[in-house]
Each structure stands twice: as structure tokens, then as C-alpha cells.
Design a protein around this ligand. Structure first.
Ligand code: KG4
Length: 338
């Protein structure tokens, strides 16, 4: 018997709803919030209000685009955390209300599990999905983790950042260059025409699989500060080289620990996920490593790297199969995750 899941994502500044049937994607609607652009970052209160305005039309559109009616939905999966509390409350409350109205189970999803399981979104029934176990490099705005995925509902974190995430390193360094938020995609574009060996920035010397990006951030800031004293146009004149050198350093840091984990575990299937997995340099580095070492690499389509409800629906599908339902009184979690 087939299973149809409605997924709802509202953890940050994108309101999204998706419908999947046995993990085959029927619709994935995303309303991005433009209201934050002039503030240089996401404003939580404005995000919650925009979610409230968007959620009903976005869910209705997802059901319509899937060619279904509300009665075809078997369960509702929603992002319970981590994320912005107000934003999570909108999605959580809506999911609870709809589950009561339709009398279908409610499934809570950890947003990060969604990124890790994004490779199970099938655009057609024939889409190839990873075999277990696989190693996933989860790189988003708030997290950098190396995860051993034993099964959809069995994940082990082998390493994680002890300070900033890779996305924060991109965004904060871009900010000191005077670039708008989020800086990651702009650094990616500039890096394409820059010299990646023009500047050297600090890399951490941590044992094990943990990451640290705060030293890099400080060394980037000090380079700019020192060079600007000599040449006030330094950033403008070296934009592309700075971006390329920064991107190369972030990729080196990410790949050093990821490849160490791959070698130590002997796992042959690898994957990346999260917003930073949209980065051209990261994608190329992972593909190249997999090719050289005869590994199978899963690189998500760019639409599935940023926040989307399709990945929440897929993670919800597997929790539904394992009967991991959520109580109607369950609150969202800003930080602690399920
Ligand atoms: O996964 P995501 O939406 O955030 C969380 O759920 O935490 O990822 C957002 C992050 C931002 O830091 C953004 O700058 C970064 O992903 N990002 C990129 C690129 N596209 C998005 N970073 C580098 N290169 C990109 N192409």
C-alpha cells in the first residue's frame, strides 16, 4: 500500500510544503521571504509573520500541484527543530491543526535529518538512492557535521563544529568584505574568477573529526585589516582572489576531516547535504575524491540543498514507517533536537 506524506518546513525564512508518495516527489512549493534583504540577516519576528501569511497558500498549492485532495494525505510531517522558535511555532501549530482536522498521524522531523535524507527524494520512481551505511557531510548555515547514516532513523554523529559552521564562515567573511547576506553564494560566484592561491588563511589543528572555523574567520579579518591600512581599495581590487582563497581554505578544512572519516570507516558511499553543499567548489572536491577512490557520491540537486519541505516529507516517511509519531502537545525545539 502506498504512503502519501505532506511535509511542512518553516524553520528559518522559507515557508515550504511538499507532497511525496512512497518518496516520489509530487510537489514542492517554496515561498522565500524577501523582507529580510535590507537587514543583512534574517529578522526572527518578521520571519514568523511571513510564515503566518504564507503557510495556508503554500500548503494549498502543494496539494493542488500534486493533483490530490486533502483526503489523500496519510500523515503530516513537520520540522520540529532546530530553528527560529517563532518560525517553528507557525509550522508546528499548522501541522497539528491539520492533523486533527484530517484525523491523520503527526510526524515530527529533525531539520538536519531532512538534509541528510534529501538523497531519498525520488524525482521519478527510478531515482537511485544511497545504500546504507553512508557517510554524509552535513554543511549548513548553522551546522557542520560528519554523520554515519546506518538507516533512515539511525544516525551517528562522528564529528561536528566546535564553534562556527561552514556556512557562517562563508557568510561572516563575506560580511567583512561588505557583501550582502547570505554571502556564501556570492563568494561562490566570485571564486569562479579568482586565484585560490593568492592568499593563505589559518586552518585548525584539531584531533579527530571535529571542525573549527573561528580561527579562519579571525585570520581573514586580520588580513583585511592589515592590507586596508596600506591600500584602502584592497578589498575592491582583490575581491575575486579573496573569495577564491577563502573558499579553497573552507573546502580544505571540510575535506581533511571528511576524507579521514571515509578512510577510517572504510565506507564506500558518501553524500553531502545542507545549504553549503550548493557550493561549486565543495561539489567538485567531493566528486573528484569519489572518482579517485572509486566511491559512490550523492550530490544533491541545488533545489534540495536549501530548506525545502520535500526533504522533511521524506524523513517523515521513514519515521511514519517506523511508527515514530508525535504527540499533539509536543512543542517545537529551537536547539535540542529529536
Ligand atoms: O542549509 P541552510 O539553508 O541553513 C540552515 O538550515 O542552517 O544553508 C544556508 C547556508 C548559508 O550560510 C549560505 O551562505 C550557504 O548555506 N550557501 C552557500 C552557497 N549556497 C548557500 N555557501 C557557499 N556556496 C554556496 N553556493
Amino acid at each position: 500500500m502506498s504512503v502519501t506524506i505532506l511535509g511542512i518546513e518553516s524553520s528559518c525564512d522559507d515557508t515550504s510544503a511538499a507532497i511525496i508518495r512512497d518518496c516520489v516527489l509530487l510537489s514542492n512549493v517554496i515561498a522565500s521571504q524577501k523582507v529580510h534583504e535590507s537587514y543583512g540577516g534574517v529578522v526572527p519576528e518578521l520571519a514568523s509573520r511571513a510564515h503566518q501569511q504564507n503557510i495556508v497558500p503554500v500548503v494549498s498549492e502543494a496539494i493542488k500541484q500534486a493533483g490530490l485532495t486533502r483526503d489523500d494525505i496519510d500523515a503530516i510531517a513537520f520540522t520540529r527543530g532546530p530553528g527560529l522558535p517563532g518560525s517553528l511555532h507557525v509550522g508546528t501549530s499548522f501541522a497539528k491543526g491539520l492533523s486533527l482536522a484530517l484525523n491523520v498521524p503527526l510526524v515530527d522531523v529533525n531539520h538536519l535529518h531532512g538534509h541528510v535524507l534529501a538523497h531519498f527524494i525520488k524525482e521519478t520512481p527510478e531515482t537511485i538512492i544511497p545504500e546504507f551505511p553512508y557517510l554524509c557531510l552535513l554543511i549548513s548555515g548553522g551546522n557542520s557535521q560528519i554523520i554515519k547514516v546506518n538507516a533512515p532513523n539511525d544516525m551517528e554523529i562522528l564529528g561536528q563544529t566546535i564553534d562556527d559552521a561552514a556556512g557562517e564562515a562563508f557568510d561572516k567573511c563575506a560580511k567583512v568584505m561588505g557583501l550582502p547576506y547570505p554571502g556564501g553564494p556570492i563568494i561562490d560566484q566570485l571564486a569562479a574568477v579568482g586565484n585560490a592561491d593568492a592568499f593563505k588563511f589559518a586552518k585548525p589543528r584539531l584531533q579527530g573529526y571535529d571542525y573549527s572555523f573561528s580561527g579562519l574567520k579571525t585570520s581573514f579579518l586580520y588580513t583585511l585589516r592589515d592590507e586596508l591600512k596600506v591600500n584602502p581599495n584592497f578589498i575592491e581590487e582583490n575581491k575575486a582572489d579573496l573569495a577564491a582563497s577563502l573558499q579553497k581554505t573552507i573546502i580544505d578544512i571540510l575535506m581533511t576531516k571528511f576524507t579521514k572519516a571515509i578512510k577510517d570507516t572504510g565506507i564506500k558511499t558518501i553524500a553531502i547535504g545542507g545549504g553549503v553543499s550548493a557550493n561549486s567548489g565543495v561539489r567538485a572536491a567531493v566528486e573528484e575524491y569519489a572518482r579517485r577512490h572509486k566511491l559512490t557520491a550523492f550530490i544533491p540537486k541545488r533545489t534540495f540543498t536549501t530548506d525545502n519541505a520535500a526533504m522533511i516529507a521524506v524523513a517523515g516517511h521513514y519515521r511514519y514507517l517506523d511508527k515514530q509519531f508525535c504527540d499533539i502537545t509536543a512543542p517545537p525545539f529551537a536547539r535540542v533536537v529529536i
